[in-house]
Design a protein. Sequence first.
Length: 525
Amino acid sequence: MNKDRLIIELTPQYPGIFTLLVGLRGIPDEKQVNYVNIALQCVSQDVDYDTSSLKSFVEASYGNMTVFTSTYADKPVDTVAMLMAQAGAKFADTTVIETDVRERLIRNNCYEVNRQNLDAVSGDHQPALDVLYGEEPTVYTYLLQSLEAYLAIIAEDESDESSALVGSADTAKVVADVVKLDVAASTRLKDSAVDDAKLGDSEAFPLLSSLLESSGGCWSIELDSLPAGCWPALALHDRFAVTTSNLLNYIGQRGVDDSLVKLLKRHSAIENREYNLSDDEYIELAAAIINLGSDQLPVDRRVNLVRSIGCDVFIPTHLITPQKGKLIGSLIKSCLIADTPDAYRLTEGLDWPSRRLAILSSRGFVNYMTPELIGGDTLRIFRSNFISERIKQVVADELISYCAGMSVADLGQVVNYVRRKDNLHLNALALTWLASRGVPSDLIFPLLIRDIDALSDWNVLEVIGALDSPYRDLVAAERKLISIDTTDNAYALFERLRQMGKISSYSRDESKHLYVVRTRTSSSH
């Protein structure tokens, strides 16, 4: 007891009391703990104590020291907390410490960053950094200094209920603070001559990446307050808002990189939040997205993203990089580019399916199509089961221009196609030209039979006169009897010729599928 009283008397006057007590040897541990406990209860704020020996001693014994665990009047809690801070003591479990002392120890950062302490220092709040930023700023600042330990605790939570960030008004501020830590640490990399450009995003911003990996919930932030170097990490974790302003900033600073593509894959729309998007900005953003490759983002996703912006300005075709497949057709169909010859010219050099899709997607192609624009696709157009017969009829009406470079075999295919389609027609000029190009007359004659009512007398004579025998003999008056081998109903044609005075009679031999025609020459003798 005399020693206890001596400590009580000596402590308020002697700065080296703790060095003395901790240095005692040959006494039971319990007594030594009690001596230090008594001294702490008697400390004076006016004495500059030597605390160099206190850290490890207190950390090992505080659970058995009433100055920490019990409540009593006149306890010098502020001075005790100050001494612990000076000593650098870190308490492993603050939950066993009396409330008043605990609050002051927390305020002085005198605790280990572990699960139980994290719950204790958070109080009634979530232990998320963006919550603590506003509710417990001292705790937040301390955890930021011990960020790796904090993030390890969050990551080890098997319940998945813990989250480093949950989304609040302060989330962006926390991200900015963590980015500053990474930027400061990057000095070491620069000093060691590491090329920043070769670092992955998780390497360049390791703390930020860990922070984002340890964060759940649906939240996002704006980019304008953060350095561009950290944007890919935010994109990879889908943590910046997919808005026109953010995307313009990102693309302007970093282009469309893999991180941004991964972000866009997760979204079906782009928001245009209270941002007055100019036409030039829209075009820049739209072209950047549209020109992604199909291996990066499917065409439909690209088109839908751009359409979601809600801007009715056409993207200039010179900014579009042509791609095989349905890209050009989709751009025309969705009105992202103007439906003009320039739009179709984007398909030059692509394959026929790409051009066909562009034609099918166009509402105005039939009005602006030209032989030069169609190029060598005329036969493909006729063969296609998808292209409208309205377009095919335009080609048929100007067959000479559209088919000028075709071989006889290909021209024959065109004629056969027109024969099979009752609502497609060739005019007399086309029929005569086909005959002059060497297309077999037995392919042309059935078209003359079918469309006889649409042709003038002069047209009929002109076409027949261009055909080979025996057809041309119908008007040449060189033979008396002419046999025409055809399964088509040619009565209207022969009646027309009879009325014109070119033949005198005609009949059909059903057994031989022949028409026997008597010319005027034969009837006059």
